[in-house]
Write a protein of this length. Sequence first.
Length: 191
Amino acid sequence: MNIQSKLPTTPDEFLRWNEGREGKREFVRGRVVEMMINVTRNHWRLASRLERRLADQLDDRLYDIGTSDFGVRTPDGVRFPDVMVVPFESDGKALVTSSPLFIAEVLSPSSMADDFGPKAQDYLRIASLRYYLVVSQDEYRVWLWERGADRQWLKPTMIEDQAFELRFDDVVVHIHMDELFDGIASPAAKS
């Protein structure tokens, strides 16, 4: 006999239902969305390197920096970004945060339309978010959305230079493109 469990209909139901399950999924607009679990080596390298660059420059007593195993509650549901920075919170048992400061997604052919479209729109409605970064895994290129002084989102900037900066309170984080893309892509490979 095939027994089907009831699918969740709210973010809280999803978090309880999803805990301990194998695979990767998100909860978007009332639906469970299966996600890719096998990424390319370059995708993995970029997410890991970005996470390390952030962790090297931010105080872990003030910020938590991690990869896609920890979720973020969004206006549309629950998502699991490739890299995220959140203020340090003492609740070590939480499954998600509602207050990310930085979110990054590494592009995959299957995720490109979502990362620039519905996912970007969802993330940009999170009140605490300061930066949304999309990283190409095929080209020496990133796209950065950031909030202006008036808390409005500025037009995304395509970055193909040597470095860019992110500001977290009094700390300026420098991300060097050469370090991020070493062995993956080079400025000469820009198209």
